[in-house]
Design a protein around this ligand. Structure first.
Ligand code: FAD
Length: 546
């Protein structure tokens, strides 16, 4: 049978607390030491006063034996638990347990204090009237002269309100986090140096799609290009205005996957609603951070693009018709010019006989009707549309040309490796003319690989910016161009194809004309082996720019 547990005498209480104060175990929270130290010790203040201070301390103090049976409880303990000192002495601290604390917590508590270490944690207690409260408890072992556990000193306070508040905050935080992760928008909190402080699932998914390239950087670069957005300056700016709203951006993900469109908005953290600010501020060191929100609109953009592409197709077909007529008439003029020149030369020769006079007249008539025919051909030349200059996204134009040529490429069994530079500066130019230029170059590449009849037919298209230029590179593994022909291929009506078909030998001439009219150039790489590499270089600031 257990021996009856009796309350500690005053001397024993003073001794227990003094022993604790003399060598507080490692890990004793500073506030505990401070609370007791402020009471003094028996050497400094009289024992009665010391005891009185412990009794009246604002925190619930209890002293137990090594099995947690209560030997002493102060006033705050009585008040908090509802048990009088007489009722509680001799009982185990477990009477305070509401049976809601997980057993693992108790296991941890006991394992810690039995190792003569301090335990601090939260338990769900209940009072004598079974009212639950959250107790923040610190237990310190008190050792005897032999270093064995003599008592446990427990201090606890009611932190129910604090706990509730914390729970509410956590709940709110979880709610915000869940909402952030559930929305399909890409959300990222950025510091002024472009670091991502916080992001959501949609952002992480985009990171995966971009094969590890930080999406924020891609967005920032595109914003810089499009609206000269300067993150650092924006972070420093003050005032209650959004930095930008619904800017549509086209991003060309690395590794040649299809382009993606986003409408993008940004706002400074300091200008957000207080509750939202609270959530983000936990992560952001500075209120000058920026919240970037991007909504993917690729699907709707595809639909718009499809309609646009159909218009472009119709436009290009019309353009091509005009071009074909121009080519045919120019060819006729070119060919007519040769006999006319011969006649002119003959006419300029001296004539001395009457029969040569008749020939002279006949030739003159022939020349006059030849000149007339030339003039009518000139007049029949269809006019080329004069096109306005705009900001041209070269990636977009190449992509359109590729889509328009899909059937042709599939039919020829050609593999296209399309590698756009993720963010390319816009070129100031005539979009239809540039589109035509790219189409000429691509058509040539298709013909070249077709004629080479290799097992693997391949065309690679790359874009990049090079200083003040944008360069489009088209590489094919076709028949190639022999060195002596490198210059001649740019001559009008020069046709070096084995099967000329519809080709009139004007493609490269026209492509070069478009490039030159933009202040750029089309060049062939003379050192490229195993096919052909063509560069079309267009300056960002077109010829009309200042
Ligand atoms: P118990 O059967 O008492 O114990 C549950 C588990 O705790 C056991 O499975 C075991 O892992 C461990 N355990 C219990 N006693 C011992 C022991 N003597 N040696 C080793 N392991 C043991 N509990 C509260 O709920 N609220 C309090 O405010 C509180 N204050 C305490 C203050 C002090 C100073 C001390 C020393 C303990 C205090 N405890 C408190 C813990 C309490 O003594 C009980 O262990 C706990 O309440 C669980 O009681 P139980 O009856 O549910 O289970």
């Amino acid at each position: 049978m257990n021996k009856r547990i009796s309350a500690l005498t005053h001397e024993e209480v003073i001794e227990a607390i003094s022993a604790f104060l003399e060598s507080p175990p490692d890990g004793t929270p500073a506030e505990v030491i401070e609370a007791f130290s402020s009471m003094g010790s028996k050497q400094i203040i009289p024992p009665r006063l010391f005891l009185e201070t412990v009794r009246q301390a604002p925190v619930a103090i209890s002293i137990t034996d090594e099995r947690a049976r209560i030997l002493y409880a102060n006033d705050a303990f009585e008040e908090l638990t509802g048990y009088s000192s007489d009722e509680i002495v001799g009982k185990n601290e477990s009477v305070l347990s509401s049976q809601s604390t997980p057993a693992q917590v108790y296991q941890d508590l006991w394992q810690t204090i039995q190792k003569k270490q301090v335990w601090k944690g939260r338990l769900i207690n209940h009072t004598k009237l079974k009212q639950e409260y959250v107790a923040e408890l610190t237990i310190s072992p008190v050792l005897n002269a032999h270093g064995e556990i003599a008592y446990f000193l427990g201090m606890h306070r009611d932190i129910t309100e604090l706990h509730r508040l914390e729970r509410r905050l956590t709940f709110q935080k979880d709610l915000t986090e869940t909402a952030l992760n559930a929305v399909p928008m890409v959300i990222a909190l950025l510091s002024s140096d472009g670091r991502v402080i916080l992001d959501n699932y949609a952002y992480k998914a985009l990171e995966g799609d971009f094969r590890g390239v930080e999406p924020a950087q891609v967005f920032l670069e595109a914003l810089q290009q499009q609206i000269q957005f300067d993150l650092e300056a924006a972070c420093r700016a003050h005032g209650k205005h959004r930095l930008f709203t619904n800017i549509e951006l086209r991003l060309d993900p690395p590794a040649g996957t299809s382009p993606r469109w986003f409408t993008c908005s940004a706002v400074r953290l300091a200008e957000l609603d207080e509750a939202v600010q609270h959530y983000f501020k936990k992560a952001a060191e500075s209120p000058d951070s920026i919240l970037l929100v991007a909504n993917e609109v690729t699907q709707s953009r595809h639909r718009i693009n499809e309609a646009r592409l159909n218009m472009i197709r119709a436009n290009m077909a019309e353009q091509q018709l005009v071009q074909t007529m121009r080519e045919a008439i120019s060819a006729a003029m070119f060919k007519l010019q040769v006999p006319l020149n011969v006649i002119k030369a003959a006419l300029s020769m001296p004539r001395n006989r009457a029969d040569s006079e008749a020939l002279f007249e006949a030739l003159q008539q022939a020349l006059a009707s030849g000149d007339e025919a030339m003039e009518s051909l000139h007049a029949a030349l269809p006019l080329q549309n004069l096109e306005q200059q705009t900001q041209v996204n070269i990636n977009e134009v190449v992509h359109e040309v590729l889509r328009m040529s899909t059937e042709q490429l599939l039919a020829a069994g050609i593999v296209v490796d399309w590698r756009p530079t993720t963010v390319l500066p816009a070129v100031n130019g005539r979009v239809n003319a540039i589109r035509g230029m790219i189409k000429y170059l691509l058509d040539n590449a298709i013909q070249a690989v077709h004629e080479a009849k290799k097992e693997l037919q391949e065309i690679r298209i790359e874009t990049c910016s090079d200083g003040d230029d944008v360069v489009i590179t088209i590489i094919d593994n076709g028949v190639g161009i022999p060195a002596p022909m490198m210059l001649r291929v740019f001559e009008p009506f020069f046709c070096g194809w084995e099967q000329p078909g519809k080709h009139a030998g004007m493609g490269l001439t026209m492509a070069q004309e478009v490039a030159l009219s933009h202040g750029g150039v089309v060049e062939l790489d003379p050192d490229f082996l195993g096919g052909c590499r063509v560069y079309a270089r267009l300056p960002i600031h077109g010829p009309g720019d200042n």
